[in-house]
Design a protein around this ligand. Structure first.
Ligand code: NI
Length: 183
């Protein structure tokens, strides 16, 4: 008999100051890192998100998981990601598992090339556009302690902050919204 250990990680919510911490590069992609990746994927799928950065689960390492596929069967893991090229610009509505219930337009590069290690420590280069490009930029911001609300006006950001401060984290609004995706 095998027992599958579910390890759902707690997702920090804005304005938690730990979301402002900077992640450090992973030194060795070992079994411990793969365990983090696996827990992060479970946590992301459970929260119905399309991306999750380690910073959001209070782990200050440069680890990101993403799955923008509609079938939720195409996980991507980016360790120590570095943007190689940025092209164009595009406005898209973004949400964030750390800012539950809020969706706002943000302008980012339209096409990017990013280099990173995968969960086996192998170097990978990903050319991305559309939702994947936006999601990678959003998650890489998390690793720098930056949130999508930082792109909004101070007034809007302050409103969201005040409302979320009043919301107990266990009663956060659900992100289960078919035409919105949070990361
Ligand atoms: Ni996010």
């Amino acid at each position: 008999m095998t027992i599958k250990t579910m390890a759902l990680l707690d997702i920090l919510h804005f304005p938690d100051p730990r979301l402002r911490l900077k992640a450090v590069p992973v030194v060795t992609v070992d079994a411990d890192v793969r365990a983090i990746v696996s827990d992060m994927l479970e946590t992301m799928y459970d929260a119905l998100g399309i991306g999750l950065a380690a910073t959001q689960v209070n782990i200050q390492q440069q680890i990101i998981v993403i799955d923008v596929s509609s079938e939720k069967d195409a996980p991507i893991c980016l360790i120590n990601p570095v943007i190689r090229t940025l092209e164009g610009s595009e406005e898209m509505q973004e949400g964030c598992l750390s800012v539950p219930g809020y969706f706002e337009n943000v302008t980012r590069a339209e096409r990017i090339v990013v280099e990173a290690l995968d969960e086996n420590g192998a170097k990978q280069e990903i050319a991305a556009d559309e939702l994947l490009a936006v999601c990678i930029q959003h998650e890489m911001d998390h690793l720098e302690g930056k949130l999508f609300v930082d792109y909004l006006s101070p007034l809007k950001r302050q409103r969201i902050k005040k409302k979320l401060e009043k919301t107990p984290s266990s009663k956060s609004p659900s992100n289960d919204d078919s035409h919105s995706s949070a990361s």
